[in-house]
Unconditional design. Structure first.
Length: 419
């Protein structure tokens, strides 16, 4: 049985192709069942996210063609619309790929942790449908274990590499406990959405979202149990904000030195963190001159991200070394399992032959045949029975010039040539 990983991702395919191949939760059970019905496929799991759709299979032969054909038929896609974007890996390379994906080494943002949860969900889905077994289950469980080891033994996920995440990381440095703090988020674009989610995940005490369109602010606030307001209402809430993250398309500053100074007086100069990631800037540069105001611009955030990206890259090299060792360990265990299966089957064959012969010659003993004669016949016949198949195979190998099989037999049976 071989392991196969096949699919496409953000490295190999543009978003419009990824969209066509995506399999959502409502399709997953049917897709797994349908894929499992392909004659060559014995086990199957499907991972489908915004950045990748990948199929992991236990197959009789290490040939991706049947799965590719199934994919074209199932999604009704012409070959030239998908074939140029597909990758495939078998056995050891398939295991390595899954371990790298689970560890965040194959992600758009190096080391991002969300993919591990997504793959665990995909595996549970396949397990619920009953399409994973003795081949894929150890593969996925090993990948999960390796991902945990990578997180524990390296700094792959320790440093933020997105602007929103970096902003929240800085906030945690300024304020040890965010649970009693208030965050004012100005804007409602993607960066602000991510910042809101990250802050909510860190149990921020309160989130206020201000936007030119209040309805848009209200939609985002509802997702994080926050409060929405218009930009015009910012001055009256500014003094309550410990953390301010601003990212709008305004051509003029949203926060001036005067308004922040008045808020600081009302706050009795308690520390305030302001992260301005807008271009043009939303916050007047002179705000940084005020007492206990920590102002970070988009350039400051980029510096943080670049430093953290370099740190993650070093951690990624350590992670690759961990994965290399774990792939070798997994494959050794897998080969050992294959050997155990062969040993069990061979032992069963020998036991069946022995039992059959024993019964036959026990009947002769009961019939009064000389015991020495019965034992001699038993030993001779049993030896011939056990020797027949290996001998025939070795003779055929010699005729075919298959010296590797002959050498393997010599090693297997510990044969030694006499000098």
């Amino acid at each position: 049985m071989s392991l196969l990983a096949i699919g496409l991702n953000h490295h190999t395919a543009p978003v419009d192709v990824r969209e066509r191949v995506a399999i959502d939760e409502t399709q997953l059970s049917d897709a797994l069942t349908n894929l499992r019905q392909v004659a060559a496929v014995h086990e199957a799991a499907i991972v489908s996210t915004c950045n990748r759709t990948e199929f992991y299979c236990g197959v009789q032969e290490a040939d991706p063609a049947p799965v590719i054909q199934w994919l074209r038929d199932y999604l009704n896609i012409e070959p030239d619309q998908i074939s140029p974007y597909l990758f495939h890996y078998t056995d050891e390379d398939a295991v390595r790929h899954l371990m790298r994906v689970c560890s965040g080494l194959d992600s758009m943002i190096l080391g991002e942790p969300q993919i591990l949860g997504q793959i665990k969900t995909a595996y549970r889905g396949a397990s619920d449908v009953g399409t994973v077994g003795q081949n894929l289950t150890p593969m996925f469980e090993s990948a999960f274990s390796v991902a945990k080891q990578v997180r524990t033994d390296t700094d792959i996920g320790a440093n933020p590499v997105s602007v929103a995440f970096a902003a929240v990381s800085v906030a945690k440095q300024v304020f040890a406990d965010l649970s009693e703090r208030t965050a004012l988020l100005i804007g409602a674009g993607e960066t602000i959405q991510l910042a809101a989610k990250h802050l909510a995940a860190q149990n921020i005490g309160r989130i206020i979202i201000a936007n030119r369109t209040v309805q848009r602010a209200a939609e985002l606030a509802a997702d994080v149990n926050g409060q929405a307001m218009a930009l015009a209402d910012i001055p009256e809430h500014l003094a309550s904000a410990d953390i301010i993250v601003s990212s709008t398309a305004s051509q003029l500053p949203i926060l001036g030195k005067g308004s922040v100074e008045r808020a600081q007086k009302a706050r009795r100069y308690e520390p305030v963190l302001i992260v301005d990631i807008a271009v043009p800037r939303d916050v007047e540069p002179q705000v940084s001159e005020l007492e206990n105001v920590f102002l970070y611009t988009v350039d400051d955030m980029k510096n943080v991200i670049e430093d953290n990206q370099r740190s993650r890259q070093l951690a990624a090299e350590q992670a690759e070394a961990i994965i290399h060792g774990q792939v070798e360990l997994f494959m050794r265990r897998r080969r050992a399992m294959d050997a155990n299966q062969a040993i069990r089957e061979y032992r069963t064959t020998v036991e069946q032959t022995k039992d059959f012969m024993l019964k036959k010659y026990q009947r002769q003993l009961k019939a009064g045949t000389c015991p020495e004669e019965v034992l001699e016949q038993f030993a001779h016949t049993l030896t011939n029975k056990l020797m027949h198949s290996p001998t025939a195979k070795l003779r055929q190998a010699a005729e075919d010039g298959n010296l590797d099989l002959i050498d393997a037999a010599s090693e297997l049976f510990d044969l030694r040539k006499k000098s």
